[in-house]
Design a protein around this ligand. Structure first.
Ligand code: NI
Length: 386
C-alpha cells in the first residue's frame, strides 16, 4: 500500500537528511548541529520555528487553512555513547557516538511530515512539530515540559513513534493503556575501609558487601512483589578495586528498576534502601543510596491509539497494523509528555534485524516515507475531529 504520493516523491531527500544526521550523531542535550538543521529546514518550508526549548529542543508550528484542534507530533534527536561497527558509507564520523536507536530516522520522518503539510496546508487545526533532545535517560522530555513546552504550545493530542528493526517491515503496532515501563536509575556507594589484600582483618571489605547486596537486591522482585505485577531490578554496574593485593576503600553499584505500577516502583526503592541500611549496620560501613525516577510509565489513550492505527491503515495496508498484547519493559520518555497531554505512541517495523542500542544496528531508509505519511495523516484526520 502506498505512502502519500507527494512524500514518496521526495523520499530521496529524506534519505539524504537521515544519512547526514547519522554521520554526525550528537549525545543528549548536545544536539546543536542536529537542531540547527531541523530549524533551518522548517524555516525553509515556511514553518514558524522556536529553538532552545529544553536546551536543544526545537518546535515548529504550522496552521492549517481551517480552524480545528492542535495536534503535537514528537521526534527525538539524540544519539548513544556507542561505537558504530556497521562500516556503512554513512556510518558515524564521531568515534564513540552512534545513532543506534534510530532517532536520526525519527527526526527525519517528522521533517518529512512537516514538509508535506507545509506544501499542503489544506487541513483543519494546527500542527505542532516537537523535536526533543536527550531521550536516552537524560530527561529531554521533562526539560522541554519544564521549559513551558505545553504552556507555550498547548496541544489537544500528541503522537510519537519508534522504529523497530526486529519487526516485519512496515508493521505498525500499538498497545492501549500502559504500554512501556516506568523506570528509576539507582547508584549505591559502599564506603568501607581499604587494607593490604593479605590483611583483610584490617579492612571493611566493600567487595564482599557489594556482592552480598547484589544477591539480596535480587530477592526483592522474587519475594516482595506479587508475581502478577511485572517488575525488574537489574544491577548493571559494579565498580571497585585496582590491584591484586589491595582491598579497596569503595565499591559502587548501579542499575535500573522497571515497573508498571507506581506503588511497585516505590516498594522496590524502599526495599533497596532497607537492604542498604541493613548492610551498613551489619558490616559497620557507610552505604549511600541515590534512586531517581527517569521515566514515567507510558500510557496510551485508548481512542487515540485507535486513531493512530486508522492513520496508518492507508499507508501500510490491511493486515499490517494492530494491537500489541505485550507489555514492554523498556522505557521511553514520551511517557512524560503523555502525562500532560493525551496521545499515543506506536512502533513501526523495518528490515535490519539487529536490535536497537547495538553497535551493528541499521535503520532501513524505506521506513522514512512510511513514518512521515502516518504523521501527516494524523494531522489531517485529528485536526478535523470534533
Ligand atoms: Ni529510541
Amino acid at each position: 500500500m502506498p505512502v502519500i504520493e507527494d512524500i514518496a516523491a521526495f523520499a530521496d531527500d529524506l534519505t539524504a537528511i537521515r544519512r547526514d544526521l547519522h554521520e554526525h550523531p550528537e549525545l543528549g542535550f548536545q544536539e546543536v548541529r542536529t537542531s540547527a538543521i531541523v530549524a533551518e529546514k522548517l524555516k525553509e518550508w515556511g514553518i514558524e520555528v522556536t529553538t532552545g526549548i529544553g536546551k536543544t529542543g526545537v518546535v515548529g508550528v504550522l496552521k492549517g487553512s481551517r480552524p480545528g484542534k492542535t495536534i503535537g507530533l514528537r521526534a527525538d534527536m539524540d544519539a548513544l555513547p556507542i561505537h558504530e561497527t556497521t562500516n556503512l558509507p554513512w556510518a558515524s564520523k564521531t568515534p564513540g557516538v552512534m545513532h543506534a536507536c534510530g532517532h536520526d530516522g525519527h527526526t527525519t520522518m517528522l521533517l518529512g511530515a512537516a514538509r508535506y503539510l507545509a506544501a499542503n496546508p489544506d487541513f483543519a487545526g494546527t500542527a505542532v512539530f516537537i523535536f526533543q533532545p536527550a531521550e536516552e535517560g537524560l530527561g529531554g522530555a521533562r526539560a522541554m515540559i519544564a521549559d513551558g513546552l505545553f504552556d507555550r504550545f498547548p496541544c489537544d493530542e500528541i503522537y510519537g513513534m519508534h522504529n523497530n528493526p526486529m519487526d516485519e517491515p512496515d508493521r505498525v503496532k500499538i498497545r492501549k493503556g500502559p504500554a512501556m515501563a516506568g523506570s528509576d536509575f539507582f547508584d549505591i556507594t559502599i564506603n568501607g575501609r581499604g587494607s593490604h589484600g593479605a590483611r583483610p582483618e584490617d579492612s571493611k571489605d566493600p567487595i564482599v558487601i557489594a556482592t552480598t547486596l547484589v544477591q539480596q537486591i535480587q530477592s526483592i522482585v522474587a519475594r516482595n512483589i506479587p508475581p502478577v505485577k511485572p517488575a525488574v531490578v537489574s544491577v548493571t554496574k559494579i565498580q571497585g578495586g585496582d590491584a591484586y593485593n589491595v582491598v579497596p576503600e569503595t565499591v559502587k553499584l548501579g542499575g535500573t528498576i522497571r515497573f508498571f505500577d507506581t506503588e511497585v516502583g516505590e516498594l522496590i526503592s524502599e526495599r533497596i534502601r532497607a537492604l542498604c541500611a541493613g548492610a551498613a549496620m551489619a558490616y559497620d560501613v557507610d552505604v549511600h543510596v541515590d534512586i531517581r525516577n527517569t521515566f514515567d510509565v507510558l500510557v496510551n489513550d485508548g481512542p487515540l491509539a485507535d486513531a493512530v492505527l486508522k492513520a496508518a491503515a492507508p499507508v501500510v495496508g490491511d493486515d499490517m497494523y494492530g494491537y500489541n498484547d505485550e507489555l514492554v519493559m523498556g522505557s521511553e520518555d514520551f511517557a512524560d509528555m503523555l502525562r500532560v497531554v493525551p496521545g499515543a505512541y506506536c512502533t513501526v517495523g523495518h528490515s535490519g534485524g539487529v536490535p536497537v542500542h547495538n553497535p551493528a544496528y541499521t535503520l532501513d531508509d524505506a521506513i522514512l516515507p512510511v513514518g512521515a505519511s502516518i504523521y501527516a495523516n494524523l494531522i489531517t484526520a485529528r485536526g478535523e475531529a470534533a
